[in-house]
Ligand binder design. Structure first.
Ligand SMILES: *Cc1c(COP(=O)(O)O)cnc(C)c1O
Length: 451
């Protein structure tokens, strides 16, 4: 028997990605530029981390959504959802494109006025409008969307006191076939409250009912839900016409269209699964066109889309702080942005790319933020090349809800930069400073004496 040849054992790294006949594809591509500007230069000029918005992409998103609806329905108006991203430069881009403002607080309402929106192009939503807010909105002839009976009563009272007849809409919630039901805003359709509210508004002399509104949810991936919502609002509008001889001028279908970010727990990437603007537009337009309105009396269609119009126009560029092994042997990265900055990492598995060249070897790793808290997890698991402290990375699709929901926690909030259509960068919100954060603070005299 020939002697067996001894072969030295080798340790081989296991790649998480599968090998196909073209070799192994990791899906990882470096992202060295954002909208034509090198990531390295952005971080050098504005610090790390830094939010970067592409004006070109914002305008492109708006135009394609507007086209999707206006090619199917004769009267279409968008209103920019301020809470999605209310940095003034962003709002001004939407307004320049023709979008009205959709606000949900007195703070946002005043912001819209400050951005030059005429009062009659501001839609005032939300469950918490103060008496002062309502008064201001009436003075400015804005569109006030009523959330509950107490607000309705207050508007009637205010209506008797002002010379302007408040222009209002009734917000309706309903069963659209997606659950859990979103029934905490507005008046319910199924239990008859919506009709009661409509009837009351039409019959109350100081108010002018101009519209009906719904906002059925957020990141709603079922276009059928919008079809149902459009049918139910149309049914109410037609009932107003037939029973009360009152014409509704507009139906506002709200927002809630999905962006192409992948939700945590989703099995497939969102780019392959979520409907696009054409799909939503098709469902809504068909429902309205077939609802039974005469051609000349079709109501204007208002849309308040937020995340779909801006998510992919935003990136966050940041830096690797450290690289470590967890107890179970997994690799992890510590980066300089956490859930305080990137709030949406609580809902989304954000795509993250290295901003420079990398070794072909990739490994599954966790990404943690810099906070001293266990919840500060940017990705539980992601396949990335090994990166070193000082390397930059880019988070994709962060334009919606981060620059409004970010928290000032243990540090200041980062700068926001806009890249215009000519690849010029503009600081549109400076990195906060300690002084800025401390400005509203006051020290009682007995604590101000020194220690
Ligand atoms: C938040 C909000 C929107 C925008 O929602 P998206 O899901 O971002 O499209 C629109 N209308 C109302 C009333 C809202 O509260």
């Amino acid at each position: 028997m020939p002697k067996l040849i001894y072969e030295r054992p080798v340790l081989k790294k296991l790649n998480a990605n599968t090998i196909n006949k073209f070799g192994s594809y990791t899906g990882v591509q470096p992202v060295k530029e954002i909208a034509g500007v090198p990531v390295k230069a952005l971080i050098e000029d504005y610090g790390s981390p830094v939010f970067v918005l592409s004006e070109k992409q914002v305008r492109r998103n708006y135009r394609s959504a507007y086209r999707a609806f206006s090619t199917r329905y004769p009267k279409v108006q968008f209103a920019w959802s301020y809470k999605t991203n209310y940095i003034n430069a962003v709002c001004k881009i939407f307004h320049a494109e023709g979008s009205w403002a959709e606000v949900v607080s007195g703070f946002e309402y005043r912001k819209a006025l400050g951005n030059g929106m005429p009062g009659n192009k501001i839609i005032f939503n939300g469950p918490a409008k103060s008496k002062e807010d309502l008064h201001l909105a009436i003075e400015n002839d804005s569109l006030i969307h009523i959330d509950h009976f107490d607000e309705l009563q207050q508007l009637i009272t205010l209506g008797y006191q002002t010379k302007n007849k408040p222009r209002v809409a009734v917000r309706v919630n309903m069963d659209t076939g997606t659950y859990p039901l979103w029934d905490r805003f507005g008046f319910n359709y199924e239990n008859g409250e919506a009709w009661t509210a409509i009837d009351k508004v039409i019959k109350s002399s100081p108010l002018q009912l101009v519209g009906l509104h719904c906002h059925i949810g957020t990141y709603v991936t079922a276009v059928s839900a919008y079809r149902t919502a459009a049918q139910k609002l149309s049914a109410l509008a037609l009932r107003c016409k037939n029973e009360l001889k009152h014409m509704i001028e507009y139906l506002d279908l709200g927002g809630g269209f999905a962006s192409t970010n992948t939700l945590k727990g989703a099995y497939l990437p969102a780019v392959d699964t979520v409907p696009n603007a054409d799909d939503y537009a098709e469902a809504i337009s068909n429902a309205l066109l077939n609802a039974g309105f005469e051609k000349y009396e079709l109501p204007m269609l208002i849309l308040e889309s937020g995340r779909m119009l801006i998510d992919d126009a935003g990136h966050l560029a940041g830096t690797v702080l450290a690289n470590k092994r967890l107890g179970d042997g997994r690799r992890s990265l510590v980066v300089d942005f956490g859930v305080n900055t990137l709030f949406t990492s609580l809902w989304y598995d954000h795509q993250i790319s290295p901003a420079g060249d990398f070794e072909p070897h990739t490994e599954n790793m966790a990404i943690f933020g810099p906070l001293c808290m266990n919840i500060d997890m940017i990705r539980e698991q992601i396949n990335l090349p090994v990166m070193n402290p000082g390397d930059h990375l880019v988070v994709h699709k962060v334009g919606a809800y981060n620059m409004t929901q970010w928290m000032q926690f243990i540090t200041t909030r980062p700068a926001v930069v806009l890249i215009d259509e000519h690849e010029q960068t503009h600081l549109i919100r400076a990195n906060e400073t300690l002084e800025y954060v401390e400005t509203p603070e006051q020290l009682p005299a007995h604590l101000n004496a020194g220690i």
